[in-house]
Design a protein around this ligand. Structure first.
Ligand code: ATP
Length: 286
């Protein structure tokens, strides 16, 4: 029964992510082959992309994010920010140009290897039907003990609320259960999952609306832990994020219009400065 439940959960995940081509079962060969990454740098080189023919969405987008650095992507609605996330998650292939990880083209990695190397945490994290522990362990791509899961949950500021659920880590979430987690709790489960997975690259789609201030603070603290030592690409909606980023990449109409540190871009008085002035970025409560 347990096996069937897990199997079904994985099937749900496949459906949700539309990744039916991806073998989610643990592939022994893949598992045994360590990721040969010289470094965790992720880069776009002259990336062009369209979802459908004749309507080009990204034009010649170039940026790179070394290990331990954060690049914030900002831009008006429709600029292509979410599209960059989808491409980093490898949900789509490029029309032209190159995406690289550790200096190697994305095509050199199987999708499974890519998923191990790149964690994606979105503002609406997908939890599948299964227990809390299974939801966290799914990110691990390996066999994880309850201790590992708990350690990740603690670092994600999730342990306290999980302990108070009716069956703790064995509480069933999703369709199988009637427990509804709050937005901030779901995000912390997703952060725990990413911490356990420990991928060198983190792609974050920051929440647009603020959670209640206590939950917000817990999420922000957990995110800060998750970002440590990784190459981070964050679609930024908060002023605190762009101020703290090593580089801000300003997209408009699918192209890079400006790039630089926050202060530099404000001083330039261009598109970024006008976005900041128009309070396009939320001042978070921290
Ligand atoms: P927002 O801040 O409003 O979320 P964004 O900067 O994330 O915007 P994208 O969602 O990347 O922008 O959209 C960029 C362009 O791509 C838009 O013109 C959008 O209509 C188009 N687009 C997005 N997703 C798809 C899709 N699945 N199929 C076709 N076109 C799409």
């Amino acid at each position: 029964f347990v096996y069937r439940t897990i199997r079904q959960s994985l099937t749900d995940m496949e459906d949700m992510f539309g990744l039916l081509a991806v073998p989610l079962e643990v592939d022994d060969k893949d598992e045994a082959r360590p990721l040969k990454l010289a470094h965790g740098e992720v880069a776009f080189e002259g990336v062009n992309f369209s979802y459908e023919e004749r309507r080009s969405i990204l034009h010649d987008v170039t940026f790179s994010v070394p290990s331990g650095k954060t690049v914030a992507i900002v831009g008006p609605s429709g600029a292509g920010k979410s599209t960059v996330v989808q491409i980093l998650a490898r949900f789509y292939d490029l029309s032209d140009g190159e995406m690289e990880l550790g200096g190697q083209p994305a095509e050199d990695f199987t999708r499974h290897e890519w998923a191990r190397a790149v964690s994606v945490v979105t503002q609406e994290p997908v939890l599948f039907s299964g227990t809390v522990a299974e939801n966290i362990a799914y990110g691990g791509c390996g066999a994880w003990s309850r201790d590992d899961v708990e350690r990740a949950a603690r670092a994600a500021n999730a342990h306290e609320f999980i302990r108070e659920l009716p069956d703790g880590y064995d509480t069933v979430l999703g369709e199988g259960g009637d427990i509804q987690l709050s937005g901030g709790q779901r995000q912390r489960v997703a952060i725990a999952r990413a911490l356990l997975k420990d991928a060198p690259v983190l792609v974050l789609d920051e929440a647009t609306s603020a959670l209640d201030s206590q939950s917000e603070a817990l999420v922000q603290e957990a995110l800060a832990r998750l970002q440590e030592g990784r190459a981070v690409v964050v679609v930024a909606h908060r002023l605190s994020t762009v101020v703290g980023a090593d580089e801000v990449v300003v997209l408009e109409g699918g192209a890079v219009r400006e790039r630089g540190a926050h202060a530099e871009l404000v001083a330039r008085g261009g598109l970024y400065a006008s976005l900041v002035n128009a309070q396009h970025l939320v001042v978070s409560g921290m």
